[in-house]
Design a protein around this ligand. Structure first.
Ligand code: G
Ligand code: G
Ligand code: MN
Length: 786
């Protein structure tokens, strides 16, 4: 996956826009209307049916019929139609019976047992008379005239019956109407109750439910929106696996993450699994299995995936499980985050932490770890020796200075390649820093290791081709054979360094195997180092003093202070041994200050005891001391504490410190002069200084090295050289001090040359303060020591 710019935000998924309530209210209203109409129709219909099927209806119509029949009997009698009367009477009698007892054939129900029966029974008398009269008329022979009396009685009886019947019908009618009214009222109450129920349901059930659903839905919508935003914001691909149905959901981000649109149409996790690299699939399946079986509730693992076009994508796969009420895992869901870039950076950081950027070799830290491991392994297994080679390349600085840093870099790279090519596997080559390289070769014995070192020395005698340049950079190699004695990497590297140094001092382009004497030396060095670091100066160190005398007059007005350290018993440690060590460890800064203060105190004491202030004290200053930022401060504080003597403190600085062009000590020397101190160049002639440039250093004197004096007695050219040095120096206004004067012959020559001051065993050896005072006071012979 080359670039990540194709990460556009995923298009927003449409939310479920329709409210779950939409349509529900309308449907409810329709249902409500339907129920209402139905109940109205039902109740009205029912009321009608009740009326229709009402038991009085048939009886009533029977009674009405009977009424008509009675009228028809009366009319037939009027017309004197006896046959008709006889037929009507039959009907009349049957009807009478039907009204009382009911007659299914006529569809009449009958009044028996009802409230109207007594009323009907009252009619019975009239009815009997009516029928008796009607029959009498009907039985009158055909040719005889019907008696008027009979007709008259029939009319009367018929009227009486009709009245009774009318009465009965009215009674029934009013009764049924009242009943109908009651029913109607009941219907209305029921209808009202139904409507009330519906309204109640709408107001107290449907509306609150609807409101609650609406609220829930809004919340759901919000959280869905939030979820969508989160999904888009996190740029994560989301998955959701319903274990019951087996359905697997891929969010749109999958398509972007894995460059595969088709994933979105998939419904099983197989499409995912197919894109996981084979050696990672087991890991993923294990984790998913743990979720499924409920061993864990969350998972998080980094897996490598492969897009259909073959690009590698590293993803952080997270997941969690969802359980149902019974605790069964029913669903897994999670996300994939693209961590390809993160992983690359992480890898790069790891490499950077272990690698040297220029050569690609492992760096010091990692190399030390490897040695540490080897040390452990060898201590467990007595057989396994190994070799550590430490390299220094000659002339690297010269290449840098002459050809530039780019060529210098190329040289380092070329050296690195040679080392890799020459180192047998499973060796480790490291650039420790600068032009320091080292090699660790496990499982190698002393003979093979020395042979390898020899071959390497030879190989590095061949020139490197760097662009248009050919450069030779021979190597000095220190070799250590690692055995069970070694317990840490530092010791090994230190010993290899020591051996390398020996090879370098011994003439370069060679190797040197670290041996017991070097071990002893380095042990001693270590003891000196720690001894100095822990030393209580006042108790352990002392000062010796060696006089410097005037060669002309023999005046005794100067001494050089020389530091003495008894060290650890046996023999005192010589200053030319411990001073360089003190310089390296930095103790010299404190130590030098202590010497300055002690010397000043001593001079003050001598002034008092000698009764004059002509004495000068020369104090040796080391290079590191001179260049230290606090040095001038030290001198200034000394001046305030010992105002009477500081002018007579002469600082002897080594030639090498003054001639060091890189640190440019000219300003520093000027500051010292301004602070009121005198400066002397020590051991002139051992370094590279030329007299011609000495004037710029504002010196007071030069001390000509001992090696010159040793020769002047025997070799004329040295005498001439010495003469030239003295004359030139004096011309430059410098006082000359001859060092190492041991014989009277030397003294005579120096006097002849005109050298002003001298120091040496001829006059006095370094001695303690008391003897020095006696010497300065002229109480001891000058040439005793010689
Ligand atoms: O005494 P002699 O062998 O002791 O001196 C050895 C070397 O130690 C001399 O070159 C001298 O310059 C150096 N030396 C002696 N004392 C001191 C001192 O106090 N400071 C420094 N920096 N060098 C000293
Ligand atoms: O510079 P330095 O500071 O190096 O000079 C002092 C050193 O010279 C001391 O170590 C001291 O012991 C040594 N020294 C002084 N006079 C003589 C001498 O006449 N002969 C020899 N061989 N060494 C001397
Ligand atoms: Mn000195």
């Amino acid at each position: 996956m080359a670039d990540r710019d194709d990460y556009r935000p995923v298009k927003q998924q449409p939310l479920s826009e329709t409210s779950p309530l939409k349509g529900l209210r309308a449907r409810y209203l329709i249902a409500f209307g339907l129920i209402a109409t139905l109940s109205v129709v039902a109740f009205l219909g029912l009321g009608y049916l009740v009326l229709q099927s009402e038991k009085w209806t048939s009886t009533l119509s029977g009674a009405e019929l009977q009424r008509m029949v009675s009228q028809r009997i009366a009319k037939a009698a009027e017309r004197d139609s006896r046959g008709e009367i006889a037929r009507e009477v039959v009907v009349f009698e049957r009807m009478q019976h039907a009204i009382r007892y009911g007659d299914p054939a006529l569809g009449v129900q009958g009044l028996t047992g009802s409230a109207f029966e007594p009323l009907f029974i009252e009619l019975n008398g009239t009815y009997s008379e009516l029928t008796k009269t009607a029959r009498a008329i009907a039985e009158t022979p055909g040719d005889e005239a019907v008696a008027d009396g009979l007709l008259e009685s029939l009319r009367e009886q018929e009227r009486a019956y009709l009245t009774g019947m009318n009465n009965l019908i009215l009674q029934i009618r009013s009764t049924t109407r009242a009943e109908f009214k009651r029913l109607e009222l009941l219907h209305l109450v029921v209808l009202a109750l139904t409507l009330a129920t519906l309204v109640f349901e709408l107001a107290f059930v449907f509306e609150p439910a609807a409101r609650r659903i609406k609220l829930q839905w809004q919340k759901l919508q919000e959280s869905e929106q939030r979820f969508n935003l989160a999904v888009r914001g996190s740029q994560n691909a989301i998955w959701d696996w319903d274990l019951t149905s087996g359905k697997f959901y891929y969010s749109p981000m999958w398509a972007i993450l894995l460059h595969d649109e088709r994933l979105l149409d998939e419904t099983t996790p197989d499409a995912w699994f197919r894109l996981v690299t084979s050696n990672e699939l087991n890991k993923l399946n294990d984790q998913l299995e743990q979720l499924k079986t409920g061993v864990t509730d969350v998972m998080s693992t980094e897996i490598e995936m492969c897009t259909p076009c073959g690009d590698r994508v590293s993803v952080l796969c997270r997941g969690t499980s969802v359980r149902d009420a019974s605790g069964e895992v029913v669903r897994l869901a999670g996300s994939l985050a693209d961590i390809t870039e993160q992983r690359r950076v992480r890898e790069k950081l790891r490499e950077m932490a272990e690698q040297d950027a220029l050569t690609g070799l492992v760096n010091r830290g990692y190399f030390q770890e490897r040695i540490e491991l080897q040390v452990l392994r060898t201590r467990r297994d007595a057989q396994g020796t190994y070799a550590v080679l430490f390299f220094d390349f000659d002339g690297f600085k010269a290449v840098n200075d002459a050809l530039g840093h780019n060529v210098g870099d190329e040289l380092l790279i070329s050296i690195a390649r040679r080392l890799e090519e020459m180192t047998p596997t499973p060796g480790v080559v490291s650039r420790l820093g600068g032009d320091e390289f080292a090699v660790l070769v496990p499982g190698i014995g002393p003979e093979d290791a020395t042979r390898l070192a020899g071959r390497l020395v030879e190989r590095f005698r061949e020139p490197h081709k760097l662009g248009t340049h050919e450069v030779v950079s021979t190597s000095s190699i220190g070799l250590v054979i690692g055995d069970q004695e070694y317990t840490d990497a530092d010791a090994l590297l230190r010993d290899a360094d020591t051996a390398m140094y020996a090879a370098k001092v011994g003439g370069k382009s060679q190797y040197c195997v670290f041996d017991e004497s070097m071990r002893r030396d380095s042990m001693r060095r270590l003891r000196i180092e720690t001894g100095l670091l822990n030393a209580d100066f006042d108790k352990e160190l002392s000062l010796a003093f060696q006089p410097i005398v005037d060669l002309e007059s023999g005046a005794r007005e100067r001494v050089e202070v020389l530091l003495r350290w008894p060290g650890f018993g046996e023999e005192p440690v010589r200053p030319d041994v411990f001073i360089p060590i003190a310089e390296e460890t930095g103790v010299i800064i404190e130590l030098g200050e202590w010497v300055l203060i002690e010397a000043a105190k001593r001079l003050q004491e001598w002034d008092a005891r000698l009764g004059h202030t002509r004495t000068s004290v020369h104090i040796n200053i080391s290079r590191r001391q001179l260049l230290h930022p606090r040095f001038v401060e030290q001198l200034e504080s000394l001046r305030t504490r010992h105002p009477g003597v500081y002018e007579r403190l002469v600082l002897e600085v080594p030639e090498a410190a003054i001639m060091d062009r890189r640190s440019n000590p000219i300003d520093r020397l000027r500051e010292i002069r301004e602070a009121g101190y005198k400066l002397t160049l020590d051991n002139f002639g051992t370094g590279h200084s030329s007299l011609s440039c000495l004037h710029q250093f504002s010196l007071h004197a030069i001390k000509i090295d001992r090696s010159f004096v040793m020769e002047i007695e025997h070799r004329r050219e040295f005498a001439a050289l010495y003469h030239a040095i003295v004359t030139l120096s004096q011309n430059l206004g410098l006082t000359t001090i001859a060092m190492g004067v041991e014989t009277r012959g030397q003294l005579g020559q120096l006097q002849g040359i005109g050298c002003s001051l001298g120091q040496g065993y001829l006059f006095a050896r370094p001695m303690d303060a008391e003897n020095t005072l006696r010497f300065l006071a002229g109480e001891t012979e000058m040439f005793e020591a010689a």
